[in-house]
Design a protein around this ligand. Structure first.
Ligand code: DX5
Ligand code: ZN
Length: 217
């Protein structure tokens, strides 16, 4: 069964713990936390203190997506703040520092993910794939919620599903950006098993219904 990871980027930050409780009751498996630094992406969102607060507020799995430049500087602190999974971008660091990110995150007993932006080919992830717990395919340009799903990313999802099955079958394949009840079945068909959804969950009054609609679509 596919896992749903609602992105709190589209939640009401003034009532974040209630929002998270809402998606927990609605059956979501993960909480997706989008961290942006205004450099790797043209937007600034939330960071370490919010992850720490979320860790105190919930026992849900915290799926932390770092859209920050040179993430090796911060991965240890995001683990300590309470992330269960830390995902870094392949474009954001030098290869030796990406390998260092993987080592550091694993040494903290946490799961490690790596993400690619729409223009980055799937093959870029191959050197890291044997060590990854999750691969994240961006289906919008990272930086903002509420954008339209890029259908031309579907072949990349299929390609990564093939690489994962051949080289690291336990690795999860997550899709992020523009996922809703219309695009979710396309992602699943292409081989994704974790779906991030921001606006499709949090802009919907009934979160349980929104999650169900994405899962069952
Ligand atoms: C975009 C973020 C996404 C975003 C998804 O940079 O990584 O997680 O919140 O939002 P929707 O589902 O609205 O596209
Ligand atoms: Zn994200």
């Amino acid at each position: 069964m596919v896992k749903i990871s609602p992105s709190v980027l589209s939640a009401d930050f003034c009532r974040l713990s209630a929002e998270v409780e809402d998606i927990r009751r609605g059956g979501a498996e993960y909480v997706h936390v989008d961290v942006m630094d205004g450099i790797f992406v043209p937007n600034i969102s939330i960071g370490l203190p919010v992850v720490e607060s979320l860790r105190k507020a919930t026992d849900m799995f915290l799926d932390v997506h770092l859209m920050i430049d040179r993430p090796h500087r911060y991965v240890e602190r995001f683990c300590a703040a309470g992330a269960d999974l830390v995902t870094v971008h392949a474009e954001a660091d030098q290869p030796q520092d990406l390998f260092a990110c993987i080592e550091t995150i694993k040494a903290q007993g946490k799961k490690v993910g790596m993400s690619v932006k729409p223009k980055t080919p799937a093959e870029v992830l191959l050197p890291y794939l044997p060590q990854l717990d999750l691969v994240l395919v961006m289906t919008v340009e990272p930086g903002f919620g509420g954008q339209r799903f890029m259908h031309d990313m579907l072949p990349k999802i299929e390609r990564l599903r093939r690489f994962i099955n051949e080289q690291n079958p336990g690795c999860e394949l997550e899709v992020d950006g523009g996922v809703d009840p219309v695009t979710a079945p396309l992602c699943k068909q292409a081989g994704a098993n974790v779906l991030v959804a921001g606006s499709a969950v949090f802009k919907h009054a009934d979160r349980a219904e929104a999650i169900r609609a994405i899962r069952q679509a």
